[in-house]
Design a protein around this ligand. Structure first.
Ligand SMILES: C[S@@+](CC[C@H](N)C(=O)[O-])C[C@H]1O[C@@H](n2cnc3c(N)ncnc32)[C@H](O)[C@@H]1O
Length: 288
């Protein structure tokens, strides 16, 4: 389940490092965090370990096993740390997902989150999803709230380095004028965006770009591996946008059944069997 065959020691060290990036931006033990693409809880463990975090934390991810592990292992011991599974499509991680990532809403209320984290998530998303997620970051952040995000970025000056073998992921394939990727067969293994385009999308989503610090992934010196982009919702930006409708109950139940879990999934399977029997009784044929 772990990324890059990480052992326990490394898991805690990475968690602490991710937590530090939020603490540097002002996260305190009673803050609030939305962790988008929470994986197997590295940031959650990091803020618990290094900050004795007490505030509300919600992590969501598209991988049911990872979310289930976090919900079964972390939440019982720390009830303010919650985890949600959303069956969002991603051609690398969840190709059969039922929710369209370019229209999905984050499972969080508007203007109530102090810190959003997207660690190694924008590096696996296509452009329409990137733009959608920036919009959702703005919606959920409270005025003055901060997003700590990581990316692979390029500009004309950086092109020779990011396409060279010195880069961990040489971005040699061109998707369009603002997107490049490393693996010909798997563009979402690692996708890079034009830095000026990212700035433009952030501003279009009404987020301020506080800082961009290049990481070491392209063989240059840096404090982080991926490029670190800090975004902020302006203090005076107080309008509360309505929360987009979540996935329908039927869609959630179908996803739960597909992953063979939960009472909701069982209820959906019973419902389908019942409907199937009724369709057969009326038509003599099996329901599709
Ligand atoms: C490299 S992992 C990073 C996980 C975690 N942020 C960490 O640093 O440990 C990328 C994560 O993004 C998740 N992901 C991919 N597409 C997503 C999407 N559209 N929405 C939310 N999470 C997504 C994957 O399931 C995976 O857990």
């Amino acid at each position: 389940m772990r990324f890059m065959r990480e052992d326990d020691e490394r898991l805690i060290a990475v968690g602490d490092e991710l937590a530090r990036l939020l603490v540097e931006q002002g996260l305190t033990a009673d803050g609030s965090v939305l962790d988008v693409g929470s994986g197997y809880g590295r940031l959650a463990l990091g803020i618990l370990h290094s900050l004795d975090f007490q505030g509300p934390y919600l992590g969501f991810d598209i991988l049911p096993r990872h979310v289930a592990w976090c919900a079964q292992t972390i939440t019982p011991a720390f009830p303010t740390m919650r985890f949600a599974h959303l069956d969002i499509r991603n051609e690398r991680y969840n190709p059969a997902g039922m929710l369209d990532p370019a229209t999905v809403g984050f499972p969080a209320p508007s203007a109530r989150t102090g810190f959003c984290a997207l660690f190694s998530v924008f590096t696996h998303l296509h452009r329409p999803v990137v733009e959608r997620y920036l919009h959702e970051i703005h919606r959920v952040l409270e005025p003055g709230g901060t997003a700590v995000t990581t990316w692979f970025l390029f500009d004309a000056a950086r092109l020779p380095t990011i396409t060279s073998s010195a880069a961990t992921y040489p971005m040699v394939h061109v998707l369009d004028e603002v997107s490049r990727y490393a693996d010909a067969d798997d563009p979402l293994q690692a996708i890079a965006y034009d830095e000026a385009a990212v700035r433009g999308w952030a501003v279009a989503a009404r987020l301020e770009v506080v800082s961009i610090d290049h990481g070491t992934w392209a063989g240059e010196p840096g404090r982080t591996f991926q490029d670190l982009v800090i975004l902020r919702r302006a203090v005076g930006d107080v309008e509360v946008e309505p929360m987009p409708p979540g996935p329908s109950l039927a869609m959630r139940a179908r996803a739960a059944a597909r992953h063979g879990r939960t009472r909701l999934g069982d209820a959906w399977r019973r419902l389908r069997r019942g409907v199937g029997r009724r369709v057969r009784a009326v038509t003599g044929r099996r329901a599709g």
